[in-house]
Design a protein around this ligand. Structure first.
Ligand SMILES: [Zn+2]
Ligand SMILES: [Zn+2]
Length: 158
């Protein structure tokens, strides 16, 4: 994301574009997945020292103004991603239960017919959450991807 589009997103959300807010935005924009606040903090800190609380407050502000999406995952830290960067108000996610990677899938909105369905609703839709849970290709290849227990209890073999 360049400086101009970052500035435009913040402006449209009525958020003053401070250097830290731009950096938080850039940290999310550079990913095709939802990232934790800690990952965002590390990315922002690469550019210079910043208070953890400032980054957390920035994320709260972004969520409040609809710039960022916040996702709660069982047993994992909260994840954040941008809505606007994908060029649509909402997108779907694929979540790997093994490694915790949460991929943003902007194309799925179209493929699943979500946009058309939303338009057919007599409702002012403010958000859509569709999460596909499973085991990602990398984890499956690593051999820890079986959804059922690797050693069935009844098998009697090691
Ligand atoms: Zn995985
Ligand atoms: Zn996302």
């Amino acid at each position: 994301m360049n400086e101009t589009s970052a500035g435009r997103i913040l402006e449209q959300a009525g958020i003053e574009a401070t250097p830290i807010r731009r950096a938080v935005l850039a940290a999310m924009a550079g990913e095709d997945r939802a990232v934790s606040a800690l990952e965002i903090l590390h990315a922002v800190r690469r550019a210079g020292p910043v208070n953890k609380v400032t980054v957390y407050r920035t994320l709260d502000l972004f969520v409040d103004r609809g710039v960022a999406l916040r996702h709660a995952l069982e047993g994992r830290s909260l994840r954040y991603c941008l809505g606007a960067v994908h060029g649509s108000a909402f997108h779907c996610h694929a979540w790997c239960r093994r490694c915790g990677r949460m991929e943003c899938m902007p194309e799925a909105v179209k493929e699943l017919g979500v946009a058309a369905f939303v338009e057919s609703l007599d409702m002012d839709v403010e958000g859509v959450e569709i999460r596909i849970d499973g085991v990602c290709r990398r984890c499956r290849r690593a051999g820890k991807g079986a959804l059922s227990p690797a050693v069935p209890a009844a098998s009697g073999r090691p």
